[in-house]
Design a protein around this ligand. Structure first.
Ligand code: MN
Length: 422
């Protein structure tokens, strides 16, 4: 599926909100996207089309994967990064070729009050060096007509490729992909073995991913817009402040500069913007970790489902649903979940009769199945998330697990009353 087909699918199913009147790229678009929550297509941001909240709910993720919401986890757990990737010679992305680069012509949005500059937030940076490649989303700050600053987090794959090239004094060829098949967007947000992002996307789709070659040799999927260029081996500029998943400001750092040498795009391209700390950002960051927790808990007991909740920034809080087999399973599930996702801070383990998508139901489990001195596990001084504003300067935190499962021998005390025919 190409990007436009997914937008049309949202439109046909009545889920797409469309705004025809001109909207400012500075604050107004992000404000409207935040209030709207649903997928939203702006027809006129500085004369261009912009889509936001594209994968902003589990319903959209489910429709992308072709499964019901409850089945997302099973689907993601079963797929391994082993699909087919095909190199093709032509692409609709080449409809318009711009040799004269002017990034200010793109509808790059400024999202929050103290942001350092306009930011590209849905750009997949595809890089290739000495036979290895990587594809991952990085925040990209507008730093000039043909210049972006990229936050490259150590020791992730793009950071490592740039480091390798920079040590030899060589620029790293990159192509920034905006608006491709949403399955590919999801796959590049997932930590898969080095260079396997497109294979993984293909396995998720159940169909080959087609790539075409840019002028600088980097191979990319069909997209709305591609920015071709190089990450400079030396040049760095101030990058930030920028809002991360917790909705708080990340500080300014010296980060590498990307020089854009050519822009290619569809006619009348649709630019993709992800609202920082919005549901789409949270789901893209968090959902890829759910299958890891699912598999780890599955090693210690019968796991049913896992959710990283939006209130917990889809990163710091999990609800794990198990079918308890023996007393103590809840505690083992807690330890397995913390081991699988090191940034996880608080986890609640519930039984199969609790709806983990309904936080009232989760609270009900905590209210009726927890005795604090027995069921709450506190683990101090463990590695936490660098994004947690309450973390210690040395990167450690205190993790808390709540075992909100029924006591097996007293099972009948916990029976939930039902009305026949309900
Ligand atoms: Mn990678």
């Amino acid at each position: 599926m190409i990007f436009r087909d997914f937008i049309n699918q949202l439109k046909t199913s009545g889920k797409l909100v469309e705004i025809q009147h001109p909207v400012s790229p500075e604050f107004e678009a992000s404000r409207i996207a935040k209030q709207t929550k649903a997928p939203i297509l702006f027809h006129d941001i500085s004369g261009s089309k912009v889509i936001m909240n594209l994968l902003g709910s589990r319903e959209e993720l489910a429709s992308m994967l072709g499964v019901p919401k409850e089945e997302i986890i099973r689907k993601l757990s079963e797929v391994s990064p082993k699909g087919e990737v095909k190199l093709v010679s032509d692409s609709p992305t080449l409809e318009v070729v711009e040799e004269e680069v002017d990034l200010t012509k793109l509808p790059i949005l400024t999202h929050f009050e103290k942001d350092g500059a306009p930011y590209i937030t849905a750009g997949i940076v595809v890089s290739e060096y000495e036979g290895s490649m990587n594809a991952s989303i990085h925040r990209l700050m507008l730093a000039g007509k043909d210049k972006l600053a990229a936050r490259l987090v150590p020791p992730r794959h793009t950071y490592l490729l740039h480091k390798k090239a920079a040590e030899k004094g060589e620029p790293l060829p990159v192509a920034i992909v905006l608006g491709c098949d949403p399955t590919i967007i999801y796959a590049t947000s997932t930590r898969v073995p080095v260079g396997k992002e497109f294979e993984y996307a293909s396995a998720l789709k159940g169909a080959p991913v087609e790539l075409f070659e840019c002028e600088n040799g980097v191979k990319v999927p069909h997209s709305e817009i591609v920015l071709e260029g190089y990450i400079d081996p030396v040049e760095r500029v101030d990058e930030g402040p920028f809002v991360d998943i917790t909705g708080t400001y990340d500080h300014v750092r010296k980060e590498p500069v990307i020089r854009i040498t050519r822009v290619i795009h569809r006619k009348d391209p649709v630019y993709h913007g992800i609202l920082p700390a919005g549901p789409e950002h949270l789901l893209m960051m968090g959902v890829p970790y759910e299958p890891r927790i699912y598999r780890a808990v599955g090693e210690v007991t019968t796991v049913k489902n896992v959710v990283l909740t939006e209130g917990g920034c889809c990163y710091l809080h999990a609800v794990v649903q198990i079918e308890k087999q023996t007393e103590g399973d809840g505690k083992n599930a807690i330890m397995a979940a913390f081991a699988a996702h090191t940034s996880l801070k608080h986890v609640v383990v519930v039984d199969e009769d609790i709806n983990i998508f309904d936080l009232n139901d989760v609270e009900f489990a905590v209210a009726t199945r927890v005795k604090g001195d027995i069921d709450i596990l506190t683990i101090p001084h463990v590695r936490g998330s660098s994004l947690d504003p309450r973390g210690a300067p040395d990167g450690t935190t205190t993790k808390v697990g709540i075992d909100a499962t029924k006591v097996l021998v007293e099972k009948e005390n916990f029976e939930r009353a039902v009305i026949p025919g309900e």
